[in-house]
Write a protein that binds this ligand. Structure first.
Ligand SMILES: [Zn+2]
Length: 318
């Protein structure tokens, strides 16, 4: 079982108590899964296709409980290329029009009289906003295992719906981006904290804990690696002093930018970098105002100390 299917499984088991949220979840499911087909005036077919049996069972139960509709569940065996079984929930054709009316998805004059986006009322309460995102993720979402990558996404079938999903996330201060991929508008998050927030928003508390555990382990091992790099840099002490100074100056330039250094240190760094072989006393004569050998030495030591702190990931105060 992948992490993504664990999350979908957990979402399929979240309680469904409120009619307002059921309506929002069903609306999102039908829109995200492209479940509605026009069959002629006031005639529609509604068929929801999902990768997990638990998903179609959830919507079966929801339709029965809140709309009195008994759907039909069937399994589609995978084709030769993709050997994955998919599951469908078919709404009886005589019930489809009434359901779309109840969800307020019909609008005279629109293409096939169908709205692209739900009416505002559908996501009026924050519980319903969450429910909307939950269904969108369940039907069109993917999440990477945190061992591999921090990534969660919802691939919406059109740009308007992607924007609508972003709005729902923004209501909970989760910032998402959208990119176009193979004719889908993909809403995605990359920051670990945002992914964690989104999992708990959806109601996947168990998956959120599993995600956090991996994340903490990864952060500890990153810190250990940084420490190792830092120890390695001590070994390099054997190189001669001038070489080490130049290496430190280059490192500061790459990590911080030499211009961030106080003026006295910055001038010293540039002078040393331009004169890699020069003895300290002569370097001091090039400075403005001129500096004795011990003054040059003191500044070069301060520069090396800054490089050392940067390497070890410590805070640098300038
Ligand atoms: Zn609600």
């Amino acid at each position: 079982m992948s992490f993504a299917s664990d999350v979908r499984g957990e979402l399929a088991r979240t309680p469904m108590e409120d009619a307002c949220c059921a309506r929002s979840e069903l609306t999102a499911a039908l829109l995200c899964a492209n479940a509605i087909t026009w069959r002629g005036r006031k005639r529609y077919a509604v068929t929801l296709t999902a990768s997990e049996a638990s998903t179609v069972r959830r919507y079966f139960a929801m339709l029965k409980r809140f709309y009195g509709i008994i759907g039909q569940i069937r399994a589609l065996s995978g084709d030769t290329l993709n050997n994955q079984t998919r599951y469908q929930l078919v709404i009886p054709e005589e019930e489809a029009y009434g359901l779309l009316q109840a969800l307020e998805l019909l609008e005279e004059g629109a293409l096939f009289d169908l709205r692209t986006l739900p009416v505002d009322e559908t996501v009026r309460y924050s519980c319903c906003k969450k429910a909307f995102v939950r269904a969108a993720f369940t039907l069109c979402g993917a999440i990477s295992h945190p061992d591999r990558d921090y990534h969660i996404e919802i691939a919406a079938p059109n740009e308007a719906l992607a924007g609508f999903i972003v709005q729902q996330l923004n209501a909970f201060e989760i910032e998402a981006r959208v990119s176009l991929r193979k004719s889908k508008y993909v809403v995605y998050l990359k920051r670990a904290e945002d992914i964690s927030d989104m999992l708990s928003l959806l109601g996947a508390g168990k998956a959120m804990m599993a995600f956090e555990n991996v994340r903490v382990k990864k952060e500890v091992s990153n810190r250990v690696n940084r420490q190792l790099n830092c120890d390695n840099s001590n070994i390099n002490r054997s190189m001669n002093a001038a070489e080490a100074q130049i290496r430190d100056i280059r490192y500061i330039d790459a990590e911080l930018g030499l211009d961030k250094l106080p003026r006295t240190l910055r001038d010293m760094a540039y002078t040393r970098a331009n004169n890699p072989e020069m003895p300290l006393a002569e370097l001091g004569e090039l400075m403005d105002p001129p500096l004795g050998k011990s003054g040059v030495n003191a500044r070069l030591r301060r520069i090396s100390a800054i490089a050392e702190k940067l390497r070890c990931g410590d805070e640098v105060r300038l």
